[in-house]
Design a protein around this ligand. Sequence first.
Ligand code: CA
Length: 225
Amino acid sequence: MRILVIEDERQLAGHITRALARHGHCVSAQDDGAAGLKVALAEAPDLVVLDLNLPGLDGLGVLAQLRAAQSPVRVLVLTARGEVENRVKGLQAGADDYMAKPFSMDELVARVEALGRRATSAAPSDLLRVADLVMDVRHRRVTRAGRAVALSPREFDVLQVLMQEPGRPFSRTELCERVWQRDHEYDTRTVEIFITRLRKKIDPTAAAPLIQTLRGVGYTIQAPA
Ligand code: CA
């Protein structure tokens, strides 16, 4: 993958860059938010490792502008230890995953590579439909009533899991396992944030929502009765 690291701690940025390069990735680094954003938009890397606390423009600002520009880049956010609120804000702003500092380079590489993989390994049929919501799995495109819906990679992955089995309930834990494929402790709050993000894009009017909450169970997607 082509990866851009935006991190102002030079030593940490160097460690990250070398660890990812050793695993065969093509890595570049920027130490300033505004400069990082410019490079991310100009060079369209596959993935950005984004520190939140940055000079120039902070990480949340970088993320907001990337998503406003409808960049499909995958974003892994780095947060300082214990900054739960920043993690939540990062996910709400369009990040695909997050890591709290300090972390091991092995874990960082594993997360980056998991983010580069598709959510589902089974060969899905090319087009998934629920009512007027259509997903083109091969080209990673989604339309609702014929209008394009811009989703981040992880939003797409969550929606794909739901749309492959319309009407089947998925617990937060199962969605977390299917999409994030983590073998360590995960956080089901992350799933809730992604469902909220998806609803804003897929079901902007609450009249007949496709994504439904099943109290005490989780979520499902189905055409309104
Ligand atoms: Ca920093």
